[in-house]
Design a protein around this ligand. Sequence first.
Ligand SMILES: [Zn+2]
Length: 451
Amino acid sequence: MASASEDSIEYIWHNGLPHIRWEALDEAIASRPADEHSAFLTQAIEQWLHRLAAATGREAGVLKHGEMFLLYASPDDQPQRLLRWSAGALARITTIVGDHRTPEMIGPRVIVLFDDDSRYYDYIDRFFPEEGHYGASAGICISSEYFHIAVGPDDVDMRQRALAHELTHLALAPLPLPPWLDEGIAQMMEGEIANVSFFSVDAEIVERHHALWREHGLDVFWAGESFGRPDEMCELSYHLAEVLTRNIQADHRGAFINFLAAAHWQDAGDAAARTVLGRSLAEIVSDFLGEGPWHPRDPWDPRQIPTQPNCCLHPHRFMRVPSPTPTLAASSPGRARRNDFDEVLTVPQQDVCKKGIGMTRVNQRRSLTIRCAAAGAVVGLVLALIPIAFGYAIAPRIPGPFELALQVVFVLLGACVVAGIGAAVGFVVSRLLQKSRNAERSGDGVASSGG
Ligand SMILES: [Zn+2]
């Protein structure tokens, strides 16, 4: 049986925190029979996480749920809740974007939570080049060495938002996506999975896009480099990525999942756009930015794409693929059906962001609430018609004009009250719907192995 003993794992210490020396572990894995690789790697990672927890703080611990590990810095992080939520979120994300893991990709999903900024940056610092300035981040999907997620301190809602984003990168990791498409989908998933979306388009941000990209061009955007900038370019890169992704998804319903499968970072997805969508990337961009020199350079030079950018950019993306290739197949539950993406991510046509069209806000939580409240109010009003009709029916029996007027006023007031109650019920229903959408799909049984 596979067993990763403590001395079979070598560590590199960085800022007082242990990281696995992967060359040594890969050798240890390769020396094992192929059918033990996965279990051996999982054991090694669990041991590393306990070591990392011990170095992080006295209250830190490690939880496991299915194929997912979560390291928490403090019980105040609500780790069990976040772990179950994350497992359910990843299952839902996989339903939407598909499961793209291949049998060669082994190893558990790993989330590391930090409860203070300095520890968080101490940890992720190892994955950045020594030189350079990078923007702050709430979470990161680390693509070098071993694909895993680190999340900084925040409240539960914001951590769920960060996790929805990073778990989407994790689910898309086996695909050679261009960074802008990877980020665009991850941004959209924040609203879909965590019900927290700050996406909006208004005249001011359209102006900022025009000014910025006309001055600098889109090369840095296509290459993914602009997402790691510590300035306005970072913010507008994420925003532009979401605008383009939403526009493509809305304009090419049914073809999006094929575009996702065909897009490659080497040409920023341009060939896939021409083949699958029938339009070049430059044409798609010009819908929003107007005509301009938006073509990705051709041919794209992959050496110009940074391998260690700020957040989640990973032109070379793999789970751990030990050598020699193991024969043990990772489970590969059904790939996304062609239309899953369109069915689940409904983008109303008016939300498409074309040039000059300001959109005040796309907030799926709010739109769901408004829809439910409006439906409740309509039902309330329809129900209120019954006493109104009844009031008119008995009115002729009551003498005098004032009684009739008063009766009508009271009935109308009653109708307003009933409509208000209907709206309130609709609001409550919308919250329950959101809760059930967010509810973990997996059962209980989070195994604690705190340390
Ligand atoms: Zn990202």
